[in-house]
Design a protein around this ligand. Structure first.
Ligand code: GCO
Ligand code: MG
Length: 405
């Protein structure tokens, strides 16, 4: 079965997505997601100029060899842009293999390890009261795991307070250049434990809670936060500090028993390796799109399992439904699956362009047994939603110093 053609589509049904479609000489096609938020067209150029010409005529069954060829064979390895390109090709090839086999991808990985995929919902607000009200709604909807984020009083622009209460995800397309937000670690650390205290006082300890810090703390500050949050027993605190220096996570680990999640920006297993083998983290968050596809994520899951580290794949709105479905298959299979991030099924425009069968019931997602990934992409409808240049916000300290996002 030869690869006959590969097309790349950029559309913006609510936000920008880069979708790859591989066509074979047997009439079967596969889909992949190559979206890198705020750098979408760089991936398109990488695919169209440097990847696709090398793949035409190759055997679509040779997923592993194609992955090695694009990765090892490229000389310039790794990085967000090239790994998203390789990830999209890899996911599309798994989609094709499943269709040819007449099996959903999770069967090719080793079969189901659980009935469905437990997800965590996002609960945001511009004050603790608002977050608590929204948490009540999420619990009533049946979620068992929830991520809590709150705006910090006297700090403009964090979660839920930008542009008339929209959260930052919704800024896409509304500004031609990156919006800027102010950050103060002192104000944040003085404020955030109260959010979790209030949540526990009102809802008890059965609801599992997570929190994302977007790398804004130093290791010792992250250790302080972990200690302060210990009484509220979080499922995990995510991206407390940057991962450029894995030893920073040793400092956090040595001081707190609050579990640690990391890895949504990892592009390879090697990014995760020192953190996992030293047991500095508890959940690894790498996505099929940014981590190079299903092939390396399967290896990452197996490696992580040796160290009691569980999978908690990134599921922000900038990963397309194609990546979401790739995660559903990985999550159903991985024996060491932890939890899947989930921000809802998205807007009507999005669900017009991407169609798939996934049902949310009591905080768990069920998919059906459609061969392959079980997702369709309507390229004609996608044309209705052209690309819009767009950026994530940038973070600065109160004195203007550029800070981590
Ligand atoms: C998450 C992520 C998002 C990112 C976004 C960047 O945990 O969902 O941290 O909040 O900001 O994916 O593109
Ligand atoms: Mg995150």
């Amino acid at each position: 079965m030869k690869i006959e053609d590969i097309k790349v589509y950029v559309c913006s049904p609510g936000r920008n997505f880069v979708t790859v479609k591989i066509f074979t000489d047997e009439g079967v096609y596969g889909l992949g997601d190559a979206t890198v938020n705020g750098r979408e067209l760089a991936v398109v150029a990488y695919l169209e100029e440097h990847v696709i010409p090398c793949l035409i005529g190759r055997d679509a069954h040779q997923i592993e060899d194609i992955w090695q060829y694009l990765s090892k064979g490229a000389y310039w390895q790794n990085g967000a842009i090239s790994m998203a390109a390789i990830g999209a090709i890899d996911v599309a090839l798994w989609d094709i293999k499943g269709k040819i086999a007449g099996l959903p991808v999770y069967q090719l990985l080793g079969g189901k390890s659980r009935r469905a995929v437990t997800v965590y919902a996002h609960v945001n607000g511009s004050s603790i009261d608002e977050v608590i009200d929204n948490l009540e709604i999420a619990i009533k909807e049946g979620y068992k795991v929830v991520r809590l984020q709150s705006a910090i009083p006297s700090l403009e622009g964090t979660y839920g307070t930008l542009d008339g209460k929209k959260n930052y995800y919704e800024l896409q397309g509304s500004r031609p250049l990156p919006p800027e937000q102010i950050w103060s670690t002192t104000k944040y650390l003085n404020f955030i434990p109260e959010l979790f205290k209030r949540a526990r006082e009102k809802f008890g300890y059965d609801i599992e809670l997570c929190h994302d810090i977007h790398s804004r703390l130093t290791p010792i500050e992250a250790a302080q936060l972990g200690k302060m949050l210990e009484p509220y027993r979080l499922k995990f605190m995510e991206d407390t500090t940057t991962y450029d220096n894995p030893e920073g996570y040793k400092i956090i680990r040595n001081h707190t028993t609050t579990p640690i999640a990391l890895g949504e920006k990892f592009n390879t297993i090697w990014d995760a390796k020192p953190l996992i083998e030293n047991q500095y983290i508890d959940f690894v968050r790498t996505a099929a799109t940014h981590g190079g596809g299903i092939t390396p994520l399967k290896k990452l899951a197996d490696f992580a399992a040796l160290y009691h580290v569980r999978m908690a794949p990134h599921g922000a709105p900038d990963l397309s439904p194609v990546c979401f479905m790739a995660h559903m298959h990985l999550d159903l299979w991985a024996p060491n699956f932890g939890v899947q991030e989930f921000i809802g099924f998205g807007t009507p425009e999005l669900n017009e362009v991407f169609t798939y069968n996934a049902t949310l019931k009591e905080g768990e997602i069920y998919i059906d047994d459609t061969p392959g990934l079980g997702i369709e992409f309507n390229e004609d409808l996608a044309k209705k939603y052209p690309y819009k240049r767009s950026y994530l916000p940038v973070s600065r300290l109160e004195d203007g110093t550029l800070w981590n996002w």
